[in-house]
Design a protein around this ligand. Structure first.
Ligand code: BGC
Ligand code: BGC
Length: 618
């Protein structure tokens, strides 16, 4: 008996291994594998041998452009990169022209150095080129996760890359492949899903969109998978106050860390992502920026990552109290480029001294610079026949109707219909009188969320060219329909139907950490006021995460989770009025109460209000 079973099992095993190879190692059919970054090593080596220690350290140094004491510091310190952080706008303002001029001006400085190695310019283009006025702003990743559509996510990233390139900039600090396990975290919306499988799929799609088939394509930008590793798994209260979770400690064993938080890196590394940002957070008490096992052994050796690591904003400073020691630990752990917004001069001299004192081996410096230069060769930056300056011809498509049409599609496909009774949806375009209410109905800034023009985002008319949900509703209905707006939902008597748009106001990072995800009293009141008029009520929630909605769910005839849709409010109207059916499926399970957060606590059977993947249609 045993004898005849064995060969069969072995064959089954072989078949399974073969299938795994096909699915996990080979890229999906039709997707060409990107050129390996290490294939540029012959050119890189030739350049590296000509570089002084100072020139190498310059490549590893990334100040924020707004803190440059003098743009000539690009020459003086042989800088390899600059960034614009969330609030780092050009001095000349926030227009497309100002950004493009700034890029060209700084890039020109790189050409005054002996080796003329061009700059990588990094920016948080996390939902479109969101720092620049007039850019199309896409839904944040939590909404894209609900579309479950990898081709769409790739297209969104492709358009983002093109708008970034319109300003000359060549590097986006995206996609965020975090896997948030606790919605109290202020960065929940930056991730595609609480489900690692979805993050794995959509993260790779985003990298393909940003980097294109070939990084040297003038419409491609360097992508950056972040924040490595376990940023979405920090324990509540483990962060330095006033933070609750952000930059805290992820207390799980290695098997759990790999199972939940690693898949997004497996797929993005395979898709050829050129840079990865280690997280501010810690794994079992050790800062990721200091963790040699995570950075070098796991990521570079085991996963075979050939690009470079960029530290987060001042993140290495958190390793110890002695800054020079921070540099020593982080670089030796495997950090390749350091985001050192203001004290870049100090970083430069400290790292030089550390090398001269033998505390950081020259081989480590050479490895870091090799990785950075690989990416510069791959991007075509070292090609002397190519212009380094922005292609202003791309301005024509910046924020264009064609780009907005894709964002509008992303909005409508990301909407998740959680409830629809008495055929409240779709709404007839010929309804006599429609009353719209709620603080988020006519507020483009609230609709876009954090990382929009400002680091924290802001309420109000944050950027030109967008459409609020109220404006989209007005645009969609028949000429005979009367649409009135009453923020608090009063004055609804006599209307035929009410639409109330409630939820969060913009925030980013630790500023969005919350102990309680209850709705604001004014939001609950707006819903109740509409309901008191005795009319059907459609509730739309604008939020960066699931919230505790029991107070209003009963009052609502229909309820839509719209996440942070961005500038194209028309996508919401598309679904409200039945031009398109809702197809979004929850990228996060929806808790009944705060007691069910975080998910996967393991100490109770998890029975959420709505399960991961839930979503109605009509
Ligand atoms: C964030 C990163 C971001 C960086 C640059 C940090 O605070 O954690 O996600 O890329 O700033 O703005
Ligand atoms: C910057 C952000 C950065 C944050 C880090 C802000 O001042 O604008 O880009 O992520 O600081 O705390």
């Amino acid at each position: 008996m045993m004898k005849c079973c064995f060969p069969l099992r072995r064959r089954t095993l072989l078949a399974v291994i073969l299938l795994l190879v096909v699915f996990l190692v080979l890229p999906p059919a039709g997707v060409a594998a990107p050129r390996p970054l290490a294939s540029f090593d012959p050119q890189v080596k030739a350049l590296l041998t000509r570089m002084t220690l100072e020139e190498k350290i310059g490549q590893m140094t990334q100040p924020d452009q707004s803190f440059l004491k003098d743009p000539a510091d690009i020459e003086n310190y042989f800088l390899g990169s600059v960034l614009s952080g969330g609030n780092s706008d050009p001095k000349a303002g926030n227009s497309l022209q100002a950004w493009t001029d700034l890029y060209d001006q700084l890039q020109a400085h790189s050409q005054k150095t002996r080796l003329r190695i061009p700059l990588l310019y990094g920016v948080d283009a996390v939902h479109g080129h969101n720092n620049v006025l007039g850019a199309v702003v896409f839904p944040h990743n939590i909404g894209l996760g609900c579309t479950r559509d990898a081709a769409l996510v790739e297209e969104v990233a492709r358009i983002t890359a093109e708008e970034v390139r319109a300003t000359g900039i060549n590097w986006a600090f995206a996609p965020c492949v975090t896997v948030p396990q606790d919605e109290r975290w202020g960065r929940t919306y930056e991730g595609f899903s609480e489900d690692p499988r979805l993050v794995r799929r959509l993260g790779a799609a985003a990298v393909r969109g940003f980097q294109g088939g070939d990084l040297a394509d003038p419409l491609s930008v360097l992508a950056c998978a972040k924040h490595y590793l376990g940023d979405g798994g920090t324990a509540f209260g483990s962060a330095k106050r006033p933070n609750l979770l952000d930059q805290g400690d992820t207390r799980v064993d290695e098997a759990t860390l790999r199972r939940i938080h690693l898949p997004g890196y497996l797929s993005t590394v395979r898709a050829g992502v050129g840079s990865i940002m280690p997280s501010y957070s810690s794994w079992n008490g050790v800062k990721c920026s200091a963790d040699k096992y995570l950075l070098t052994d796991l990521l570079k050796r085991q996963l075979g990552f050939q690009g470079f690591l960029i530290s987060d904003y001042n993140a290495i400073d958190q390793i110890t109290n002695d800054y020079r020691k921070c540099i020593e630990i982080s670089i030796n752990a495997g950090m390749d480029m350091v985001m050192v917004p203001d004290h870049y001069r100090e970083f430069f001299t400290d790292l030089r001294d550390l090398v001269n004192d033998g505390k950081v081996p020259m081989a480590r410096i050479d490895d870091a610079v090799t990785r950075i230069l690989r990416v510069k060769f791959a991007l075509g930056l070292m090609d002397t026949n190519r212009s380094l300056f922005a292609d202003r011809g791309l301005w024509a498509s910046f924020g264009s109707p064609a780009h907005r049409a894709v964002a509008r599609r992303a909005v409508r496909e990301s909407l998740v219909l959680l409830k629809n009774e008495h055929h409240a949806l779709p709404i007839s375009k010929h309804t006599g009188r429609l009353v719209v209410a709620g603080k988020n109905a006519d507020d483009l800034g609230n609709q876009c969320g954090g990382w929009t023009i400002d680091w924290q985002g802001k309420s109000g008319d944050v950027t030109p060219g967008g459409t609020t949900i109220l404006a989209a509703i007005r645009h969609a209905v028949s000429p005979s329909t009367q649409v009135t707006f009453s923020k608090d939902g009063a004055a609804a008597a006599g209307a035929d139907l009410g639409v109330v748009v409630i939820g969060e106001k913009p925030y980013a990072e630790f500023m969005g950490d919350r102990a309680d995800l209850a709705l604001a009293p004014e939001d609950v009141a707006a819903v109740k006021n509409l309901k008191a008029a005795g009319i059907p009520v459609v509730v739309i929630l604008i939020s960066g995460r699931p919230m505790i909605i029991n107070d209003v769910l009963d009052e609502a005839d229909a309820f839509i989770a719209a996440w942070l849709p961005g500038t194209e409010g028309e996508g919401v109207a598309d679904v409200l009025f039945g031009d398109y059916k809702p197809i979004g499926k929850l990228s996060h399970s929806w808790p009944r109460s705060m007691a069910q957060i975080p998910i996967n606590r393991g100490d109770h059977p998890y029975d959420p209000l709505f399960k991961l993947g839930f979503g109605l249609s009509y």
